[in-house]
Design a binder for this molecule. Structure first.
Ligand SMILES: C[S@@+](CC[C@H](N)C(=O)[O-])C[C@H]1O[C@@H](n2cnc3c(N)ncnc32)[C@H](O)[C@@H]1O
Length: 343
């Protein structure tokens, strides 16, 4: 039976597996290769399963890839023969006009050198056979999960894997001008959901302190109304395009009556329902078709019920566009919605 490997945040393993089960695709969990990485078998092949998973907008599954072959003792001569055969069969299915990448993850505790050697070997094989390599923007991906004895290997299109990053692990470098790690959540949402943000006008940032999201919005050319009783980083506070409202969102919404807003973001540390009530109240400030990007902070119990309640409340004012626990989300999921017309 065909197999897949799926990835999610470690602490969301059970949530991810339960939504894969609820999908009704007949998946059976064979084992957890590690926390957050599951091996499952399914009656349909990956070409049919991947679009179905994509369309069902799972919240907690971040990455999937097919297991086309499992090679045991891949370092021994009989293993390397099987590996050669697997690579030959992948090459026959691959296009020479679309860039490829090798994405290998290793089991916890496995020496990095195994994975490194294997990656080089695979890359050289495909480059030597006339395929073009692109680490960051590949269109076809040979994915692998490496343990000390076994190699799970599969070929798929980047568009089928839910994320074109290895295992869904999105990497952004900390820079001297990074204000907070929260920035990465917004950058990832923009990249992962391919959002086009306005390049001029006003953004309203609820729960803005210390200012990571505000910084990203400023870099995109927006003026930012940064609402938070907490302090902004001095570099953000001093920016001429930032107005800091040092108050709660509730206070801000009672008093603000000025320019319309073109983008609303909300990363407030707050339960889902009150947080949604506030963005619903803020909808009257938004220009038509404005985008909302927000995080839902997950409760300790019954997260699905809380998320669904929040999403249905949100739909009083917005149409849902995307929802997913991103790699940089911790106990939260990221929601993207568009202000509904005529409201
Ligand atoms: C995770 S931090 C936001 C980080 C921010 N996105 C960044 O990139 O720097 C959550 C913020 O929500 C703010 N917050 C909580 N309740 C709020 C409320 N009622 N109104 C405004 N801000 C609130 C907190 O003060 C805190 O600064």
């Amino acid at each position: 039976m065909p197999q897949i490997i799926f990835s999610c945040r470690e602490e969301s393993s059970q949530l991810a597996w339960s939504e894969l089960q609820r999908g009704g695709w007949g998946l059976s969990l064979e084992s957890w290769l590690q926390k957050g990485v599951g091996l499952a078998s399914c009656p349909q092949d990956f070409a049919a399963l991947a679009p179905a998973i994509q369309a069902s907008r799972l919240l907690f599954v971040q990455h999937i890839f097919p297991v086309d072959t499992v090679i045991t003792n891949y370092l021994a001569p009989e293993g390397s023969e099987l590996l050669d055969k697997a690579l030959d069969s992948f090459a026959l299915r691959m296009s020479k006009t679309a860039p490829f990448a090798i994405q290998l993850r290793r089991a916890i505790g496995l020496n990095d050198s195994y994975q490194g050697e294997l990656r080089t070997l695979l890359q050289l094989y495909f480059i030597g056979n006339g395929f073009s390599h692109h680490t960051r923007y590949p269109e076809q991906i040979i994915s692998g999960y490496v343990t000390s004895t076994s190699l799970y290997l599969g070929l798929s299109l980047a568009s089928q894997n839910l994320s074109s990053w290895n295992g869904g692990h999105v990497a952004y470098a900390l820079r001297p001008d990074t204000i907070s790690r929260s920035e990465f959540k917004l950058l990832e949402a923009i990249e992962c959901f391919q959002l086009s943000l306005p390049t001029q006008g006003v953004a309203l940032d609820l729960g803005a302190a210390p200012g990571g999201w505000t910084k990203i919005l400023l870099e995109r050319g927006l003026k930012v109304l940064a609402v938070d009783p907490g302090a902004l980083d001095p570099r953000i506070k001093a920016h001429p395009q930032v107005s800091h409202y040092a108050m709660t969102t509730q206070q801000f919404l009672r008093t603000y009556r000025s320019t319309p807003v073109n983008l609303l973001v909300n990363d407030m540390r707050m339960d889902i329902i009150p947080s949604v009530e506030l963005v619903n109240a803020a909808a009257s400030l938004l220009a038509p078709d404005s985008l909302l990007i927000m995080t839902f902070k997950l409760p300790g119990s019954k997260p699905f019920a809380a998320i669904h309640q929040g999403l249905s409340l949100l739909q009083q004012e917005y149409s849902l566009a995307h929802q997913r626990q991103l790699f940089h989300n911790r106990q939260e999921v990221t929601i993207v919605a568009i202000k509904s017309p005529g409201r």
